[in-house]
Structures are given as C-alpha cells and as structure tokens.
Write a protein that binds this ligand. Structure first.
Ligand code: ADP
Length: 151
C-alpha cells in the first residue's frame, strides 16, 4: 500500500489544500490528512472544528483518512506505515522552506516528500489570508470548501 501523509494546520482548510489533496489521490492508495498540534501555535479554529471541516469535505472519499498528531511528522508517518509525505508548493518562498524540511525529514527517516505545485489560480490562497478576511468580515467563500463556508 502506498500511503502518504498530508500534514498541516488546516486553520482552516482552503481550496489550495483541496487542490493538492485531490491531485495527490491518483498517486497513492491512501492519504492521511494529519492535523499537527503544536502547543506554541495559536489557532483560530479549535482542533475539533478543523477535524470537522476536513472530515466533512472528504466524507465521500474512501482513500482519505483524517487524523491528528503531536510530535515529529516523520514519527507519525512511521506509526501509520506511510512512506511518503505530500506537500504543496505555491511559490519560491514555499520551495525554500519546504526544501529544508524535506531534506531533514529524509535524513531522519528515509521518508520522501512528494511536492505538487499549486493548480493555476490557487497559489494566492493561504489559511493566513482566509483568517484575515474572516476577522474583517470580508467574503472568503471563493477560497474555502463548502464545509468552511457554512461554519
Ligand atoms: P503548515 O502550518 O504546515 O504550513 P498549512 O495548513 O498552512 O500547514 O499547509 C499545509 C500544506 O498545504 C503545505 O504543504 C502548504 O504548502 C500547502 N498549501 C497551502 N495552501 C496552498 C495552496 N494555495 N496551494 C498549494 N499548496 C498549498
């Protein structure tokens, strides 16, 4: 079984995430959407809410599981028997950042990170911008899946 972990904060999940996840599906037998919990980070949405958004968005997709984890992503991958990490790249900044993490993860575990570049028209979307628009009562509906729209 080719199992990939797609790790992230998903605060909240956006159409940028769903684009990468859906395009990753043909590459793997299973994708585990893994919400990392970092006690130093302040989140807008509770873990329960973020889990609910992900589960609802992919409720009809048999190859997707949603889980939460603490600690190193590579340790979580090992616990799930996942040999791959799936990540998205929006721009050169993401590339530089992800490169170092991917290289470190590979050194630590031999787990390969598979990168997909944002679909056209998706690279402007980020959870940070969605949260900013939400806080200021703007229209964010074009950036998020239906589960988040009706939050
Ligand atoms: P993190 O806190 O780990 O950055 P995010 O939830 O922000 O978690 O992102 C998880 C993954 O989704 C990352 O690989 C990120 O690059 C990717 N991603 C986020 N937004 C987009 C987008 N618009 N297009 C492509 N990939 C994206």
């Amino acid at each position: 079984m080719r199992i990939a972990v797609f790790p992230g904060s998903f605060d909240p999940i956006t159409l940028g995430h769903t684009d990468i996840i859906e395009r990753g599906l043909p590459l793997f037998d299973k994708i585990i959407l893994a919400i990392g919990t970092n006690s130093n980070k302040k989140y807008m949405f509770s873990l329960e809410k973020r889990l609910q958004f992900l589960s609802e968005t992919f409720k009809n997709e048999e190859k997707i599981e949603v889980k939460t984890y603490k600690g190193l992503t590579v340790d979580f991958c090992k616990s799930q028997d996942a040999k791959f990490i799936l990540r998205g790249l929006r721009n050169a900044h993401d590339l530089e950042f992800e490169k170092a993490i991917g290289q470190t993860n590979f050194k630590m575990s031999g787990i390969e990170t598979i990168f997909l570049i944002s679909g056209s028209g998706k690279s402007h979307i980020s959870s940070t911008i969605v949260r900013e628009v939400m806080r200021n009562n703007g229209d964010y509906s074009f950036m998020v899946p239906p589960a988040v729209r009706k939050k």
